[in-house]
Write a protein that binds this ligand. Sequence first.
Ligand SMILES: C[S@@+](CC[C@H](N)C(=O)[O-])C[C@H]1O[C@@H](n2cnc3c(N)ncnc32)[C@H](O)[C@@H]1O
Length: 283
Amino acid sequence: MADPIDQVARTFDDASDRFDSLTATVWGPAGQSLVFALGLHPGDTVLDVCCGAGASALPAAAAVGPTGRVHAVDVAADLLELGRLRAEERALQNIDFVCADATTWEPPSSVPEAGYDALAVSYGVFFLPHMDATFARLVGLVRHGGRVGVTVWRTGAMAEFTALVFDVAARYSPEVADRLSLRERTPLHRIDTPETLGAWLAGAGCHSVEVDILSNLLPATDELCWNLVVGSGLRGVLDGLDEPLVDAVRRDLLAAVTERGLHTIDATTLVGTATVRRPPATV
Ligand SMILES: C[S@@+](CC[C@H](N)C(=O)[O-])C[C@H]1O[C@@H](n2cnc3c(N)ncnc32)[C@H](O)[C@@H]1O
């Protein structure tokens, strides 16, 4: 079986040709909200893991300005390349897009010894193997009093649409019939309400926890529905299908969306932030 991190990298690299089509409606609003809620300051040093094409890392770079720095880390090389292009278009020179596994990330020596000022993880924390331990390790890279923040799908978000995608794709790909949804195959279900996300952040050694609900109800146009399949982690359902079969999935999916009367895609997102409490050093 493929290594899960290689698999996630392959899926998001495959999705990279359409990933940006969801920036304006999905990734961008969450990334901006996360950066706003983190309350970054000019000169801050920020770690953004699972950064994709920079939906939160790019606004973070703008927030910390030329005296600050953002380390944007992801395993999907093609998304990182997209992020570099976007940074160049905006003349942002204070952001490094690095291809690395967040679970083993070590800050370079340019990061102050006390740690990063902030950590951002937008729609990524539930992909990390051993989510609790990995997140605790990442929080450990942030200084006492620094800020951490994550975004996750709220319970029920994307659920009806994802179920339709799986149903339709399973007609053409027997492997999809055994596939579990994101909520079933990752620990997302443990942190997808304001209460559970808040408690989880508090349990990771943080205080002043706040969870905002970013309501995001998108008209289910054909274009959006198909972009959600080909430009996100759902892309994996098309693995191994040739072009005519992919066309058949598209046709059937759009018909199913109409038949079901699905007019809105619920992309509602939780934006959770907190402040890091580092226990006093023992002598
Ligand atoms: C849904 S995308 C979100 C990307 C970006 N934060 C955004 O909001 O647009 C999830 C990202 O997590 C990345 N990812 C998953 N596991 C990872 C790991 N172990 N290390 C680094 N990145 C990882 C994927 O490659 C993918 O780009």
